[in-house]
Design a protein around this ligand. Structure first.
Ligand code: TYM
Length: 331
């Protein structure tokens, strides 16, 4: 890897089922960008445990995410692929940043407010509250310039920028101030059965998401049953949230513009759109699914790839952490 390349960092939580939103909002863009940058792609297992997890399932999900990263086309020669919990510098930098982050700004994070509201704020873990600071630590530890994410991470990215600038102002230039990369299409895929809700890994309703590991016929069925809007015209507009979502998925999976797709479907019905969209999604997902299952057949190989990644990540992380400690007067 060459030193002059700018750095990219991003991550996915190994919880629930990775879905179409994770694929087009994040993974697909990481793959497209990987040649241009020095890349760090993390499996953020410490973030996953901010809500209770079954240890057996978590262990399996970690490998599943690793397999999906590779199956989607991330090349371990060009990307450092690793687990967050295997590089303890993440947790240590998180503590240092906790001491510059403010209680008030964490309280204003909408994802915390939403999640805490669902389960009751009093019983939400302190880890859930601190989640965005750990995320800032992930990014700042690698002095990443660019962070490709979906729309739901915009506020967390803004906090990472605030913390980097605040630390730099207080203690001297230490961290790169990162930038979010959020694309126009596919950055906010909505639930298939409720287009006013985000497609979510933690949804209890399988009909709401297409999992990256769903079989082709399951994908076809879910898209056929996706909610539609009243009327019959195939156009993206605020009064047609369901069709807008289907067009957005179509555009993100095919690399075409929404306006071109709208033109193709002039005079056609919702059924035609769904039928073709299902094939576009199956065509994109089936090879990822097949390859991921092949990789999962050899868990020892996946584990050793992750350990190798952690060794590489640790080297970069130690340099930044040492810098931050020295600035604070700890080294
Ligand atoms: P997570 O695991 O919830 O989601 C992983 C990535 O998928 C994107 N995403 C979506 N994009 C489009 N439509 C959707 N419905 C959708 N749902 C999720 C997310 O925006 C994300 O890019 N906090 C992060 C993980 C993280 C991280 C980081 C990301 C931890 N540290 C540092 C970047 C940099 C999260 O929970 O993502």
């Amino acid at each position: 890897m060459q030193d002059h390349k700018r750095r990219v960092f991003s991550g996915i939580q190994p919880s629930g089922n990775l879905h179409l939103g994770n694929y087009v909002g994040a993974l697909k863009n990481w793959v497209a960008m990987q040649n241009e940058y020095e890349n760090y792609f993390c499996i953020v297992d410490l973030h996953a445990i901010t809500v209770p997890q079954d240890p057996k399932v978590l262990r399996q999900k970690i490998r599943e995410v690793a397999a999906i990263y590779l199956a989607s086309g991330l090349d371990p020669e060009r990307c450092v692929i690793f687990r967050q919990s295997k590089v303890s510098e993440h947790a240590e930098l998180c503590w240092l940043l906790n001491c510059v982050a403010r209680f008030g700004e964490l309280q204003r994070m909408t994802q915390f407010k939403d999640k805490a509201q669902k389960g009751g704020a009093d019983v939400a873990s302190a880890g859930l509250f601190d989640y965005p600071v750990l995320m800032a630590a992930d990014i700042l530890l690698y002095n990443a310039h660019l962070v490709p994410v979906g729309e739901d991470q915009r506020q967390h990215l803004e906090l990472s920028r605030v913390l980097a600038r605040r630390f730099n102002n207080l203690y001297g230039e230490t961290f790169v101030v990162p930038e979010a990369i959020i694309l126009d299409t596919g950055a906010r895929v909505m639930a298939l059965d409720a287009p006013e809700e985000k497609m979510s890994k933690s949804s209890p309703r399988p009909a709401s998401f297409v999992s990256i590991l769903d079989e082709p016929d399951t994908i076809r069925k879910k898209i056929r049953r996706a909610k539609t809007d009243s009327g019959s015209e195939i156009t993206a507009s605020p009064d047609k949230p369901a069709i807008t979502n289907l067009l957005d998925i179509y555009a993100a999976m095919s690399g075409r513009k929404v306006s071109e797709i709208e033109a193709d479907y002039e005079g056609k019905g919702y059924g035609d759109l769904k039928k073709d969209l299902a094939e576009v999604v199956v065509e994109g997902m089936a090879p990822v699914r097949d390859r991921a299952y092949e990789l999962l057949d050899d868990p020892a190989e996946l584990d050793s790839l992750l350990d190798l990644g952690a060794d590489k990540a640790r080297e970069a992380a130690q340099l930044t952490l040492h810098d931050a400690r020295a600035r604070l007067g700890l080294d």
